[in-house]
Design a protein around this ligand. Structure first.
Ligand code: RB5
Length: 145
């Protein structure tokens, strides 16, 4: 898969750790920035990463800021995006199985790099279950349209 990834300054260090996981799993990384730990605005990176997923340039996206909240709000403004803010392994799996989330948001100030890497692995390797969950997602898409 092609994975779009974006962070602000507060997620920059964790982004590097997540890039390693994406590459280890054999996926292609499409990094929209930021490129250093200087202060920036999360929407400038969260929206472009989400747009890459929405327009098909990437299959999924991962966005990281201090809390993950600004990034998840930004990504979810892009039509077609279902961004899940995740800080534990249970929801990493559940949001793929039930919500078919196509963008993952995490906060570098909330969890350590080890658990964040495990979350990314689980999220990237778990399939959507479909069935009744597809009907529920369709209701969101219908509203969005
Ligand atoms: C930056 O200080 C911080 O506000 C940002 O990374 C994020 O946590 C916002 O939701």
């Amino acid at each position: 898969m092609k994975i779009a990834i974006g962070s602000d300054h507060a997620g920059y260090a964790l982004k590097g750790e997540i890039v390693k996981v994406i590459e280890e799993l054999g996926h292609e990384v499409k990094d929209v920035g930021c490129d250093c730990a200087d202060s920036v605005d999360y929407a400038d990176y969260g929206i472009p990463a989400a747009e890459m997923v929405a327009n098909g340039e990437a299959d999924r996206g991962i966005v990281i800021c201090g809390t993950g909240i600004g990034m998840s709000i930004s990504a979810n403004k892009v039509k077609g995006i279902r961004c899940a803010l995740v800080h534990d392994l249970f929801t990493a799996k559940a949001t793929r199985e039930h919500n078919d989330s196509n963008v993952l948001a995490m906060g570098e100030r909330i969890i350590g790099p080890g658990i964040a890497q495990e979350i990314a692995k689980v999220w990237l390797t778990t399939e959507f279950e479909g069935g009744r969950h597809a009907r529920r997602i369709e209701k969101i898409s219908d509203y969005e349209a």
